[in-house]
Write a protein that binds this ligand. Structure first.
Ligand SMILES: Cc1ncc(COP(=O)(O)O)c(C=O)c1O
Length: 385
């Protein structure tokens, strides 16, 4: 019996066990312990930031929630985000009591469309006291969240310029972005605050966990303070309603071992991407979701989009994958089709409604062997021949 080929699983091949043993022998297992600072600083270095510019959190979602507060989002504000994202991006907006304004994505790359963003803001907002407001709802527009997809970046310079013109701060949801670059810039070098997820299916993992990063010390300090219940003295004084959102020393120990292997993982994933591209021909009836010219991808997850005329083949492909013990499944459903956000403010989004039927994620774990990858390639070729 063959082993299942998984979509995206962790590779725990470095110092993970040693560091975990150290947590146990030193008795540091909770949200205090030396691995947390070591993890925060080594993530900072890996994304081009100085030490003390990152805060480790319990998840990417909690980092997003606190990041939104740190850029000034308040209850009832509007926050712009692309329809093509994991639901956590919108949920984080809801957790702070704000409302999502769902925008269109680039048809080729599925990242927030700067053109749509510009048009929507131009047509539907007015300026008052240095902020932009929605004409119909009179809500302040307090943030834009561009989202990394499949390991590559949205077009940040264009989005940044639009944000500046309309006085709207940006928070980058780079949950899937570690190891990627925007032009030649690492995540922290884009000069935008953002978050990364270290969930088990990500490029590197802490089991569950996230990080908030920013060049702005006030934002970093506020996120750190809020994530530690806003405690401000040793006498249990708390000056705000904070959250228990810190990462534990155990998670950070795994994360430190993982970050030590980031370059290796990214280069293994690049090889996996090259092999898929060299062996599977777009003319078969699908095209690869390739990174845009402005971004170097970490190749977190490879994906193909089946041409409209062949879209019924997705069911056959999933069946074939199942019979060959290859794990794959539908990927993100656009946000404007999700029940909790069905009535949210949105731009015109009809074209993307059936993306889930056409987009197939392919096994992309860094430990995927050439032999197993060939099994995936053969399965795809047999359905599209
Ligand atoms: C785009 C995006 N945003 C946010 C998150 C939330 O991260 P976490 O699962 O660590 O809370 C994810 C996680 O998969 C994601 O893909």
């Amino acid at each position: 019996m063959k082993d299942w080929i998984e979509l995206s699983i962790p590779a725990l091949r470095g110092n993970e066990s040693n560091y975990l043993t150290e947590c146990v022998t030193t008795n540091f297992v909770s949200s205090v312990g030396p691995f947390i600072k070591r993890f925060e600083d080594s993530i900072a270095a890996s994304i081009g930031l100085e030490a003390n510019k990152t805060v480790a959190t319990s998840s990417g979602t909690t980092a997003l929630q606190l990041g939104l507060i740190s850029i000034g989002v308040k209850p009832d504000d509007l926050v712009i985000l692309p329809t093509y994202t994991f639901i956590a991006t919108a949920n984080a907006i809801s957790y702070v009591g704000a409302k999502p304004w769902i925008m269109d994505v680039d048809k080729k790359y599925l990242t927030l469309s700067p053109e749509s963003l510009q048009d929507e803001l131009q047509q539907n907002t007015y300026k008052k006291n240095g902020s932009s407001y929605h004409i119909d709802t009179n809500q302040r527009i307090a943030g834009i969240i561009p989202v990394h997809v499949f390991g590559y970046s949205p077009d940040l310079d264009k989005i940044k310029t639009i944000g500046e013109n309309f006085s709207i701060p940006i928070l980058l949801d780079s949950a899937c972005g570690i190891g990627s670059q925007y032009n030649d810039k690492l995540l922290g070098e884009t000069d935008l605050p953002g978050i990364i997820s270290f969930n088990g299916n990500k490029t590197i993992t802490t089991g569950a966990g996230g990080i908030f990063y920013s060049n702005n010390q006030q934002e970093v300090d506020l996120v750190k303070h809020l994530s530690t219940t806003a405690k401000c003295s040793s006498k249990y004084d708390h000056d705000l309603i904070g959250f228990n959102y810190r990462m534990s020393n155990i998670q950070a120990a795994v994360g430190l071992a993982q970050i030590e292997q980031l370059n290796k993982v990214v280069s293994e994933k690049a090889k996996i991407h090259c092999l898929y591209k060299s062996k599977l021909d777009n003319s078969l009836g699908f095209s690869f979701l390739d990174p845009p010219p402005w971004s170097k991808s970490s190749n977190w997850i490879n994906a193909i989009i089946i041409n409209e005329e062949h879209k019924k083949k997705s069911a056959s492909l999933f069946d074939k994958f199942k019979s060959e013990q290859i794990r794959s499944n539908y990927f993100w459903k656009p946000l404007h089709l999700q029940k909790p956000y069905i009535n949210s403010l949105r731009s015109k989004l009809l074209w993307i409604n059936n993306i889930q039927e056409k987009l197939i994620p392919l096994p992309s774990s860094s430990t995927l062997s050439v032999e197993d990858q060939n099994r995936v390639i053969d399965a795809i070729s047999s359905v599209f021949c």
